[in-house]
Design a protein around this ligand. Structure first.
Ligand code: HEC
Ligand code: HEC
Length: 408
């Protein structure tokens, strides 16, 4: 059997005086190339530790004056489950973002009033996003929440319909008053945007719980050997690929496992034969036309402290076919994957990266993605690692009847 050699066991073996051959092997494999033992090099540790600690501090959103306010969170939660916010009265946010499906609908592409072009993402850790939507067409969570209300395929109620509903319904106008400290006024668009802000206050509370990976990461940081030993060996091998040869962590970076930006991951972006999804290119164009951005009149932060990213965004040809790098927390719960749900399982995603067609990827720029040609075991290891990014307990979230019933 190959001797397993951590730094500590090398010393131990020297003391008990094993054969010279075995000691030499340990010194080489334990320090220089730990590929067989599951000890991480100093460089690997550094890269692993950057994916934590979890959770990061949650700070209120300066562009949303009701961010983190309990009354707005309660109002936002009830709006999220309310089908009256759709033209047909049958579609709510929860139609496509179901709490017991990790806030997704399990479909490749969602259906509201009609089918849409993209996959519904899980609604987690949104406060840490810089851009919203697969194309980043929104620069705030509240603006993102308005999009389904504007899109006739999703809910389509629009500013006028939404404002009328809030003004005419006692419960909704009471919820509004509690959240915003004043009765809904006469400016339809203002009320409409405020609905997006209350929904944002609610969604910001959806931070994923700690995972087996976080326990391992903290055990590594604290030198806790027993804690490290509890993390499965396959996940450790997958993690080594993730921060190493796979190059995954260059894009899926940091505690949320995304750099927050856009990339071409070689996923085909035909919507129908002859129609393509322009991705980030279309997103920047929408962002520039939208009245609901950090540069517009609905930003509650007079200093415009976070607006620079929007002011300086540049449209480049290479944005065509780029999509936002998704965060990977709870990824095992949000199948199918990619912007149009084209890959059914995590094994499919890993196979995609393993066999990626380099010809499809953008020419020019630094090439991060390469065909990895992973063995079957390496692919399974990477999947085992991705699965450890999932919280242990299923989440339950529903409108608490008492919360809204009390408001009249
Ligand atoms: C018809 C299904 C459908 C409905 C209804 C729907 N969504 Fe979505 N949601 C999606 C899809 C699809 C996307 C991805 C959109 C894109 O990138 O173009 C999305 C994206 C989002 C995002 C962005 C997440 C991220 O990581 O950037 C948020 C937030 C969100 N929805 C909240 C809501 C809220 C709030 C409502 C109700 C007002 C709602 N959604 C209604 C399907 C839906
Ligand atoms: C160049 C940046 C980049 C690299 C490197 C990269 N990814 Fe991705 N990843 C993306 C983008 C962009 C998407 C979304 C692509 C799309 O929908 O078209 C994505 C999607 C995913 C998804 C699907 C998540 C979801 O919710 O749909 C998983 C899982 C994933 N990547 C894992 C990995 C793994 C594992 C590696 C390493 C083998 C890796 N990624 C390397 C940018 C990257």
């Amino acid at each position: 059997m190959t001797p397993r050699c951590s730094g500590a066991s090398v010393a131990a073996r020297l003391v008990v005086g094993l054969s010279g051959l075995s000691i030499a092997f340990c010194l080489v494999s334990g320090i220089a190339a730990p590929a067989s033992a599951l000890d991480f090099t100093a460089e690997e540790r550094r890269r692993i530790l950057r994916h934590g600690p979890w959770p990061p501090p949650l700070r209120p959103d300066p562009s949303n004056r009701v961010s983190s306010k309990p009354a707005a969170i309660a109002f936002g939660r009830s709006l999220f489950f309310d089908p009256r916010l759709s033209v047909s009265g049958t579609v709510s946010c929860a139609t496509c973002h179901q709490p017991d499906r990790a806030w997704t609908d399990g479909l490749p592409r969602s259906r509201g009033q009609r089918a849409v072009d993209r996959n519904a993402p899980g609604l987690f850790n949104l406060r840490f996003n810089r851009w919203f939507g697969w194309d980043g067409a929104q620069d705030t969570l509240w603006a993102q929440n308005l999009r389904p209300l504007l899109d006739g395929r999703e809910m389509g109620l629009g500013p006028g319909g939404a404002a009328r509903l809030v003004r005419s319904d006692r419960q909704l106008s009471c919820g509004y008053r509690r959240a915003f400290g004043a009765a809904p006024g006469t400016d339809d668009e203002r009320i409409f945007v405020d609905l997006g802000k209350a929904l944002a206050a609610f969604l910001e509370t959806q931070v994923t719980a700690r995972t087996p990976f976080d326990d391992f990461r903290d055990a590594l940081a604290g030198g806790d050997a027993a804690g490290q030993a509890r993390y499965p060996a396959a996940a450790k091998r997958g993690l080594r690929l993730f921060v190493g040869r796979g190059n995954c962590a260059l894009c899926h970076f940091g505690p949320t496992f995304t750099n927050g930006e856009f990339a071409d991951a070689g996923v085909p972006h035909f919507v129908d034969p002859g129609r393509v999804d322009p991705g980030r290119h279309g997103g920047i164009r929408k962002l520039r036309r939208s009245p609901y951005t950090l540069l517009g009149r609905f930003n509650d932060d007079a200093q415009r402290s976070t607006a620079a990213k929007t002011r300086y965004v540049r449209l480049r040809q290479s944005n065509f076919g780029e999509f936002r790098v998704p965060g990977l927390r709870n990824v095992a719960l949000t199948a199918p994957y990619m912007h149009a749900g084209s890959l059914g399982t995590l094994a499919d995603v890993v196979r995609h990266y393993s066999t990626i067609d380099e010809e499809r990827l953008h020419a020019g720029g630094e090439r991060i993605l390469r065909r990895l040609d992973l063995s079957a075991r390496e692919q399974a290891d990477l999947v085992a690692f991705l699965e450890t990014l999932t919280e242990r307990k299923p989440r339950r979230e529903a409108v608490k009847k008492s919360e809204n019933g009390a408001c009249r």
